[in-house]
Structures are given as C-alpha cells and as structure tokens.
Design a protein around this ligand. Structure first.
Ligand SMILES: Cc1ncc(COP(=O)(O)O)c(C=O)c1O
Length: 352
C-alpha cells in the first residue's frame, strides 16, 4: 500500500481471533498497536486536531496525557506543522517520553516523582499553559471529538463481524474509546453488552481509591471524570488488579506472541471472565489499546515486578477450562473441524 502521509495509515487494524472454551466462544482482539504511533489514540488525536475550532487553526496545541495521546498528537503535529506541548507524569514510561521528543514536541513533566498519578495537576497545568501561551487545549476528557474519533473503528468491526458481536469489553480512562465505540455499535446491535474495565483503585465506577500501575486507563481519586464518559451506554463496570492485568500480558506474549500493554491486559482478563459465563456462540470484542513494547522496562521486567511485589500468575492454570485446550481447538479449526467440548466437562471429547 502506497500512502502519501503516515496519517493515512491510522486505522484498518487487524482483528485477532482467539477461540476459547474449545471454540464455543470467540474472543476478538482489535490490535490497535498497529496504528502508527502504537495505540488507539491516533484515531482520536486526528479527530481532535481536525475538528478544533477554526479560530484555533494557527495556534499551538497543549494536552495532558499518560503518554499515548501525547505520542499521537506529537506525530500528527509533526505532519501538520503544529507546535505541540505535552504535560506528562514524571514517572511516565521513558519510551513514551522519548517518542514525544522524537516527533519534535515539547514536554513539561509534572508530579512528585513518587509514582503517584498526577492527572489533576497535569490538567491544571495544561489549562494554565493554554491561557498563558494562547494555545489550544484539546482537553481529551471533555472533547466530543475524542469519542467521535472511534467511528472508523466501529465501521471496521462491523465490516469484519457484522452485527454478530455479543459483548464489547474495553478499558476506560477518558471513556472516549469505550463510550464512543459502544454508542455507535449499539445503533447496529441494540442488545450489545458493554463492559467497562478499570484498575482496582480507580474510581470511575466508585469503590475504594488506591494506587495502580496500569497506564492510561482508570481515573485516580481527585481527578475529573469528564464528559467523554457516558454511563448510560455502559451495562457493567468491572475492576481488575495489576497482578491479573499484567499476568494476562505475559500469557498473551508467551502463548500468542502478542505484546500488549497493561490496560489491554486488564480488559482481556475481564473478557475471559465474561467468556466463562457467556452463552455458546458469543462473540466478544476487546480493544488491545497499545503495544507491550511500550512497557518492556516495567510489565515485562522481572526486577520492576519484584520491586512492586507483583506476582505473575499462570493464566492457563487460572482459566483452566477456558484456555487449556486452545491448541487443540485451534488445530481442529485449522483442519476445518469443530470442537464439541463443553467448558465444564472434566474429560473433554473432540470430534475426530
Ligand atoms: C494504554 C491506554 N489504555 C487505555 C486508555 C483509556 O482509553 P480512553 O481514554 O479512551 O478511555 C488509555 C488512555 O490514555 C491508554 O493510553
């Protein structure tokens, strides 16, 4: 494919099918790390830049971000020749900070450096800079162009699967990807079950606040839950621990050769929980928000895991009935045969 701009490569990401319960239920992972800056945020970044008010056309852009929105806006700003300033946490992954710098954007690092999320401080700084410098704050938490940026993703899902999707399971931070996609999907699939996934310690769905290490997803105590979150479109809100989210990342890397970040790990862990109960024939879609290559030094680094006292759990053991026979199911599928296995039978039988 010949393209005239790197921005033309945003979207049209692959969909990875993982059969679970011996093929009774299908899990589909939308591989958003295939976007050019490595996350789904390229979609909403382009939407926020293209839909900014005409009065803001000739000014710089400022945004507060855990790293992926900043990387997307930095890439887009490089192509469009816009001055971009990113407000990022002092503990943001080095890979994300270096990416923003590589695209020629400015970074202001905020926060105490003790690892606590500084979302509220970042947002206040973004507002201050936009007023002082006369730049445009894209304000992803309250910008309708954020959820609207996922229209293309929904078209791709419907092109690939039609209106057969039973569940949509997605990490939630600003809520743009979950709510923007779910609202569009519901227009075609009224009975779609929509499940939002946040880290344990995040307060989007209430509950006890606390620290968490899954990046980009969730909202810590004190930060704004913005307008991009539409609770009306969400059927269920779930919480996943760092331990299970990161264990899922390790499972996907070692069993499927797929490197995903922690928020995707959390969402996919919860999608597997959904798959455990879902009626036969269910088709569950989850977004793999970004690539695990952004977290080689953290989620995939044994020293870092030990420092944070995170134990990686064997997911095939944890989801025994769900995952253990995947290889057999896949082999059968490859040979054009179907499996008759039921998830709760101890002695599993397959068609020869
Ligand atoms: C890796 C990652 N996962 C999940 C999210 C949450 O996505 P959204 O803001 O669309 O809710 C983000 C947002 O920054 C992210 O960077």
């Amino acid at each position: 494919m010949i393209v005239n701009s790197i921005l033309d490569t945003i979207g049209q990401t692959p969909l990875l099918h993982i059969p679970v319960r011996g093929g009774e239920v299908s899990l589909y992972l939308k591989l958003e790390m295939f976007n050019p800056s490595g996350s789904m945020k390229d979609r909403m970044g382009l939407s926020m830049v293209d839909n900014r008010p005409i009065s803001e056309d000739n000014v710089g852009i400022v945004e507060s971000s855990s790293g992926n929105t900043a990387s997307a806006l930095a890439m887009i700003s490089a192509v469009r020749r816009i001055k971009f300033t990113a407000l990022m946490d002092s503990h943001a992954s080095l890979e994300k900070i270096l990416t923003v710098r590589a695209f020629g954007s400015n970074i202001r690092v905020v926060g105490s450096g003790d690892g606590a999320l500084a979302t509220d401080v970042r947002d206040r700084e973004a507002m201050r800079i936009s007023i002082e410098e006369g730049s445009y704050w894209t304000e992803q938490h309250n910008n309708p162009a954020n959820p609207a940026g996922y229209v293309g993703l929904v078209t791709e899902l419907l092109d690939d699967l039609g209106p057969t999707i039973s569940h949509f399971v997605c990490a939630i931070g600003t809520g743009g990807s979950l709510c923007g996609s779910a609202r569009q999907l519901r227009m075609h699939i009224p009975r779609l079950q929509v499940i939002g996934v946040e880290p344990v310690g995040s307060v989007i769905f209430g509950g006890q606040s606390g620290d968490y290490l899954q990046s980009g997803t969730g909202t810590p105590e004190g930060a704004d839950v913005g307008m991009a979150i539409d609770y009306d479109v969400i059927d269920s809100g779930r919480k996943v621990s760092d331990e299970m989210a990161f264990s899922t990342c390790h499972y996907l890397a070692q069993r499927h050769g797929l490197l995903v970040g922690g928020s995707a790990g959390g969402a996919i862990f919860e999608a597997l929980n959904v798959a455990r109960q879902a009626p036969t024939g269910s088709r569950i879609v989850t977004l793999a928000c970004d690539s695990g290559t952004k977290y080689l030094d953290t989620i995939f680094n044994q020293d870092w895991l030990a420092t944070h006292e995170i134990k990686i759990v064997d997911l095939e053991e944890y989801f025994r009935e769900l995952l253990v026979d995947e290889t057999i199911a896949e082999n059968l599928q490859r040979r054009g045969k179907t499996s008759t296995v039921s998830s709760n039978t101890t002695s599993r039988k397959y068609l020869q």
